[in-house]
Structure formats: C-alpha cells, structure tokens
Design a binder for this molecule. Sequence first.
Ligand code: GDP
Ligand code: GDP
Length: 476
Amino acid sequence: MKTVAIVGRPNVGKSALFNRLTGKEISLVHDRPGVTRDRLVAPCRFDGRAFELVDTGGIGLGDREGFAAAIAQEVEIALETAGEIIFVVDGREGLTPLDQDIARQLRRMGEKREGRRVFVAVNKLDTEALGERADEFHRLGFEGVYPISAAHGLGVQELLETLTEGWPTEEEAAARPEQPLRLAFLGRPNVGKSSLVNALLRDRRTLVSDVAGTTRDSVDVPFRWKNRPFTLIDTAGMRQRRKVSDPLEVKMTGRSAHTINRANVCVLTLDATAGVQMQDKKIGGLIAEAVRPCLIVLNKWDVVQEQGDAGKKREQEYLNALRHDLFFLEYAPVLFTSAKSGERVEHILRAVERIEKSRRARIPTAALNETLQKAQERYLPPSVANRRFKLYYATHQLDDDKPHPVPTLVAFVNSRKLLLPAYQRYLELKVREKFPLEGCPIRWVWREKETLDPSTRVSKIIGKQSGRAESARKKR
Ligand code: GDP
Ligand code: GDP
C-alpha cells in the first residue's frame, strides 16, 4: 500500500488536513501547536485507491529539543518512509523562512529517491478569492501547488485526484496474476530431500507441469497445488551435491547461499535418526544469516515411530533439542515428516503457504506503533549509563526493489547503543504476538536520531533563519 506523509511547520493546519482526508472529527484539531497521538497515522481511501496517511507532526519528537530540530527530523522520517509528500503551508501567513528550510530539506533528500513527488498544499485559503495567495509558493520549486482549505474542504478533492492519479485501484491490484511460490529444500546429503520432493510431486493433488524443459532433471520444477503455482528451486543441485565430497564443501556452501537467496521459503531438512549435526547447523546458519523465511522439517519420523513411542512427548523432546541447537532459527516452525510413508508431507506445502502469507503481510503502521509504545510503557527499557533507549516511531517498509523481501521494520530511536539485545528480543516478541509472522525473520533497520545531532541542526536552522532575517533587515 502507498504511504503519504503530511509535513509542515506547526499551526499550518496539518492535523486539520489529516482529519479532513481521513474523515475524522474536525474537533481533534487543537488551537495550539502541539502533539496528539490520535493524528499519527490512518488509512485513507479515495476513488477505489487505498493508502496510508501519516501526519509526521503526530510522532511526538518535539518533546525534548527545539521544534526546528523536531521538524527536520519529521521531514526526514517522511522522506524515509513515505512514497509521496504533502507539504502544508499557511496561505494567510505567506512563505516563511522555516517553510523554505523544509523545502530545501525535501529537495535535497528527495533527490536520493527518484519518483517521489511533493505536493504543496497552501492551506487556510477559505474562499475562492483567496486562491491567488497560493501563487508565491511556486517559488519553492515543487511541481504542484494547491490552494486548499482544510477547515472547509475546499481544493482537497483536486489535491487527492492528482495525488492518486495512475495508482492501481484495489480491484486492479487484486487481479494481478499470482507469482509462483519458490521453495528450496536444503540439507545434508541423505536426509531425504529428493524423497520428500518426489512424494510431493507424486501426490495426486499436485499438478506437475509437463512443459518442455521442466522435467525433474531441470534445476527448477514448477507445479500447482490447490490451484496455486509453486516452483521447487535447485532440485538438480540437490542431486549433484550427493557426489560432492568433503574438500568441496566450500563450493556447496556457495551454492546453498545462492539457492537460499532465490527462495521465498527455505525448507531446512533434517534426519530425525541423526539429530542435529554440524553441517545442519551450518546450512541453518546460512539461512538465518541471509534473513530468509524458513521451515524446519524433521524427516524419517517413521523410523522414530518404529522404535516405539513417538507421541507428543517424544516430539517435544526432539523439538527442545532442535531449538537448542538451532537457536538462531527460533522463528522457523518445525514439522515431523516421513517421505517414506508420506505422512505430513502435504503439511509442508500448507506451512510454506502460511509462511509466504506472513512474508507478504502488511503491518499497519498505527497498530505497530501502538504495540511498540505499549510494550515500552509496560516494561521500561533498562537504563544504560543513566540513559534510556527510546523508540519514537516505526514503520513497515515495503521494499519492492528486492526480489523476495522479508518484513522490514524501520525504527526511529534515540540511540542504538542504548538498546540491549534482551530488550530488542522483547520488542520483537511483542510484535510477533500481535502480527502473525510465522516462519519469517524480522529485519530491523535502526535510524538514530542522535546521529543527526539535533543541537547542531537547531543552531543551523535557527542560525540560518536569523541570518536571513538580518540580511532582510539590511535590505530594508
Ligand atoms: P498543525 O499544527 O499544523 O497540525 O495545525 P492544526 O491543524 O492544529 O491547525 C492550526 C490552526 O489553524 C487551528 O487553529 C486550526 O483551526 C486552523 N486551521 C486549520 N486549517 C484551517 C483552514 O483551512 N482555514 C482556517 N481559517 N484555519 C485553519
Ligand atoms: P537426499 O540426499 O537428501 O536427497 O536424500 P534421499 O531422498 O536420496 O534419501 C536418502 C535415503 O534416505 C534413501 O535411502 C531414502 O530411501 C531414505 N529416506 C528418505 N526419506 C525417508 C523417510 O522419511 N523415512 C525413511 N525410513 N527413509 C527415508
């Protein structure tokens, strides 16, 4: 989903516009510059196109440092997380130095990400006659300048029309053909990968395409299951690997790494009769290092069953040992299968489907921030050298440039140094409790507010402003 951010200095009417666009009560607008959590982010829909609207003024950065630094930070967050920007200015007051600072920051940082547009919404032009006051804002150098009145709803329709022009409607987005789900069986030789693949392809519910070049000997095998397209990747590699002897293990690792990166879901296959071995850990480590979705399959379970009790209790024992040895794959669900009897082999595809669904799930910004704020309130981050970690705002970044992105959370924090590993695990746990991310690792991207050095930025901005005011005075 697209994300649109509203930026601008205080009191220009950002929250009034936010409420207007999201259809919320206008009464939420306060007559003083300030912060309300209610206006942070909300879903919007216009003409069959859905998007998420963020009011960066609601992030609440202005609590400690001067507001100029807070605004600069908000603009940066907007640029980092939103596809489009609505830059709100006050048409009655006219162009101010702070508006120009924001414009400069938008231009400078916007250049890094191509295709991002900035819409200048000149607010508080409550009558048609006031419309021409918007003209001076063309000087800011952005393409579109729109006279609006957030309070009365004037001009808002035009702004939305231009903003959403060319976006696919929700209907169009849903009608896109489904991409095949790419899964890779990885594991030591002889754990039963080929047997599992054969069992899957033999299943009467599986339709193997018999297009030329898609035989079992080819590298990738396409098939359909429950009317969903799948591709088994690198099946040939699986066969060759069996001939590989130890000195060439490095090569195999190289190949595994390549396969891991091409897969939507990696199926780490283990032999239940052998337990977790060094090489299993190595391959598992590669999957974790590559931050890829993963399912662990403990195969040859029939052998364990034959040896006697293989009920829930036994499963739990195996599971505990496995979790201990493969602790870095904590996020991966575990299945007990038998390629020989076919037992639970189909569960692999079901689990893979669920994992892929999690991988593609959209984590709504509002709920994510609520979860993280609550988590921080319930259990305060431990203080480090008399200071405390603080997470201000986080958003799920949809990285469409990468072929198979995993859930990536960009978090704006005061200082990464203050985040202890245990606390990070706690935050992740809370996120996982709230959002079903089965089998998916979370990629955290930390953005430090401190690295921006707010003090120099404040003085820089204020310095610039007073400098400009000075030269303006001299001119007069
Ligand atoms: P923010 O700090 O940028 O979020 O600004 P607010 O939305 O809180 O608005 C600041 C002030 O401007 C409030 O007193 C609003 O009532 C007023 N305001 C907002 N939009 C309009 C508008 O379209 N016309 C007029 N006349 N006043 C507005
Ligand atoms: P790969 O090297 O990982 O592809 O392993 P294979 O699929 O070639 O299997 C290696 C050996 O294990 C073969 O002799 C299989 O018959 C046997 N095998 C595979 N899966 C199972 C299973 O679930 N149960 C039992 N008992 N044997 C299995």
